[in-house]
Design a protein around this ligand. Sequence first.
Ligand SMILES: [Zn+2]
Length: 312
Amino acid sequence: MATNRNEDRTTGMPKSGPTVADSANSTAAVAAATQQPPPTMPPGAGPSSAQADVPDFLRFASPTEWVDLPSKGKFYPEGHPFHNKEQIEIKYMTAKEEDILASKSLLKKGIAIDRLIKSVCVDRVNIGSLLTGDKNAIMVAARVTGYGTDYSVNLQCPVCAARNENYNWDLSEVAPQQPDMEWLEKHGYKPTPRGYQITLPKTGARVSVRFLNGDDEEKLDKLQSNRKKANLGESRMTDQFRQMIVEISGHSDRTLISKFAESMPAGDARVLRKSYAEAKPDVDMSINYVCGECLSESEVDMPMTAEFFWPE
Ligand SMILES: [Zn+2]
């Protein structure tokens, strides 16, 4: 999913500054790289000679890599750093990112991974504004730059419950997920600038949905934990519908949308949920797992454990 930048020099990717650039000096380094070399220098010698006084071990310090965004930069408003960007640039994980992941206080609040993503992105972005699937793609790519593609997990066969204690999940195979377009189009699917439209089978309501970002997920988590504290029942699904529905058959009144989210027939809710799962830009973090005991094949989701960022 990610291409090594050094192998990608000739593909005309944007922002081909020197690989030594880090967050502190990237502006200066890019400026240096775009300057005309003095006439005494051979053509092309400009960028590296501008760093001549940097010791070799620091010159190697911050390689970068391009990550494919599952969203291809669609669904971001104009002016957003990811707007219409099919790929974005990340720095390899360094000791600085390890420090972020090691911080117990950040982990406890669940913001260590957001900090990590912010830290490796070359573009300055508000993490809360990033689509969930794009964050997943950046998270996996960052992990690979730090600790490689081997992720050892404990899998359980969904059919016979046999355990595989040491399954090696190959992270290089994590790729953007492919929507079931045939199913979506059967339900009148139409892409929109922030998401898509779909027609629900029972009510016939034409619903416009936007894809959720980090801020939305945080809000949903907060609603859920508040409910838990108050001993109220689960309502993640209804909350999520409220959050993602922008318009129903031309009506954008929030009270009306809220009422519909609660009272929608089960068949409509199922189609709305499935359409979101199919249409949302994301990386596919599942595999077809063949059980060594009962030989059945089933789709298994990647377990997220400490091993992901603290491999042995
Ligand atoms: Zn089995």
